[in-house]
Design a protein around this ligand. Structure first.
Ligand code: FAD
Length: 452
């Protein structure tokens, strides 16, 4: 292996960028090696779910991009946006140019929920709604916000994001980066009640305390915790005692369950121990049937046979994200991940594929916060660096070779400089209207501004 290591990273979300950072930091005078990294991203802009997942009213989280931008600005790193692995470039082609390829393609679809009626009109996946309100270019610009009462299925942070964005008034979000079409859509929403349903108890909810408490900050939304679902067994008590975050979540829920309901115009209801069993309606959603559950003493729940029908005209399932299979790589459909050992991708015989690695949500599954992808990428890069002395050298290793390849294919790729132009353009659009940023939603326009 030569002194220079050429690495492709596929996917410019946090996991891919932290992998690039770890690779750069691995270079010390002692290693006698340098490293260059090209990051391929199918969107014209970087940052994955930070741009197209994190809710617009979480500007503090969006601030993480300032640190990630410093990675993109490093001289060892190049960004190729608008390049989709599997469509514009394949694995054997990448291996012509790079000694190692790290896949960090995340997750962007909704995990299915198999209950009757889930395909009715008005029944939506959270990921689709999130993509809409975060201005993802590849989803429709309009969203059917015509329900007065809405159900959100699931008790994780994504369910809370979806419920909060549905319940808040559009004007509360006007200082954020929501695109104009999203503001207009939310402004027309007649919603009065958003019901969040979880099949398990409060001690099993996957909220973080901060996300939960911020639900209560809206001057227009009353948070109502339905006390019949506030129940604990020995397993719940053990979970509360052993985890400070669970203890804080439970304490907040208990306080809210006994307070008087105020008079803010919209309500966000939290129901625990209510399992969704059927979406009701003919043609379109007119209700949701849930079964009351009880704790089984061992950390699980069982049905009681007691059913309730709720009047709702829309249902959002927030039961998890799902990664997509990648061309020429194995995929475990049950876990929705690429099989790996410490980040080394395993072939069908469970042997490591030479020079092929994986990190982030497509490696671990769609759980955990942005910060968790850092440790995940450290592990993957440690495996790559341990293998580096034995990796065969890519034959076409000049940095220009891949640029020529993309140009010959007429791929309209964007660069870090182009992204900085788009970033400045969006910030300027926002500044002119006293807003954080106004996102450009159209893919063609994103590319034109970046390449202009
Ligand atoms: P991603 O962020 O999904 O990045 C993957 C990248 O790969 C994307 O840019 C994608 O376009 C690209 N890609 C995919 N396929 C291809 C391909 N074929 N070719 C080229 N590129 C490709 N965490 C927090 O800490 N705080 C929050 O407030 C928070 N809110 C969240 C809200 C939602 C709705 C969701 C879903 C997650 C949230 N998270 C939050 C979690 C956080 O977003 C994830 O932990 C993190 O983004 C996972 O990083 P990743 O790099 O693995 O994947």
């Amino acid at each position: 292996m030569s002194r220079s290591l050429r690495v492709a990273v596929v996917g410019a979300g946090p996991a891919g960028l932290y992998a690039a950072d770890s690779l750069i930091k691995s270079v010390t005078p002692d290693t006698g090696r340098d490293v260059s990294i090209d990051i391929f991203e199918k969107m014209p802009a970087p940052y994955g779910l930070i741009r197209y997942g994190v809710a617009p009213d979480h500007p503090r989280i969006k601030g993480i991009v300032n640190a990630l931008q410093r990675i993109l600005d490093r001289p060892e790193v190049r960004f190729f946006g608008n390049v989709e692995y599997g469509v514009d470039v394949k694995l054997d082609e990448l291996k012509q140019f790079y000694d190692a390829v790290v896949f960090s393609t995340g997750a962007e679809k909704d995990r299915p929920l198999d209950i009757p009626g889930i395909d009715l009109d008005g029944s939506h996946g959270a990921a689709d709604f999130v993509s809409w309100y975060d201005g993802h270019p590849d989803v429709p610009r309009t969203w059917p916000l015509n329900a007065r009462e809405v159900a959100v299925l699931g008790v994780g942070n994504v369910a809370l994001d979806v419920a909060r964005i549905l319940a808040k008034t559009a004007d509360e979000l006007l200082t954020t980066e929501i695109p104009d079409n999203v503001h207009a859509g939310l402004a027309a929403s007649p919603v009065t009640d958003v019901h969040v349903f979880g099949r398990r108890g409060p001690a099993q909810a996957k909220f973080t305390p901060l996300e939960l408490r911020e639900l209560d900050h809206s001057p227009n939304v009353e948070v109502v915790v339905h006390p019949e679902g506030i129940d604990f067994d020995a397993a719940s008590m053990a979970a509360i005692r052993s985890n400070k975050q669970v203890e804080m979540v439970v304490k907040t829920l208990q306080e809210w369950a006994i307070r008087d309901v105020g008079s803010r115009p919209r309500r966000l209801h939290l129901h625990f121990l209510q399992a969704p069993v059927e979406v009701l309606g003919s043609g379109s959603v007119s209700g949701l049937r849930t079964e009351r559950m009880e704790l089984d003493g061992e950390g699980g729940v069982r049905g009681t046979g007691e059913f309730t029908d709720w009047s709702v005209q829309a249902v959002y399932r927030a039961v998890g994200y799902l990664s997509s299979p990648l061309a020429d790589l194995p995929f475990d459909h049950s876990s929705g991940t690429v099989p790996h050992r410490a980040g080394r991708v395993l072939d069908l015989d469970e042997r490591p594929m030479t020079g092929v690695y994986v990190t982030g949500w497509v490696k671990r599954g769609p759980v955990g916060l942005i910060g968790h992808t850092k440790g995940c990428s450290l592990e993957t890069v440690a495996s790559l660096l341990a293998d580096a002395p034995d990796l065969p050298e890519a034959p076409a290793r000049s940095p220009e070779a891949v640029v020529r390849f993309l140009e010959e294919r007429a791929v309209p790729f964007t660069t870090n400089e182009g992204w900085l132009k788009l970033d400045a353009h969006e910030l300027a659009l926002g500044a002119a209207r006293g807003r954080a940023r106004v996102k450009v939603v159209d893919r063609g326009e994103m590319t034109d501004v970046s390449r202009g």
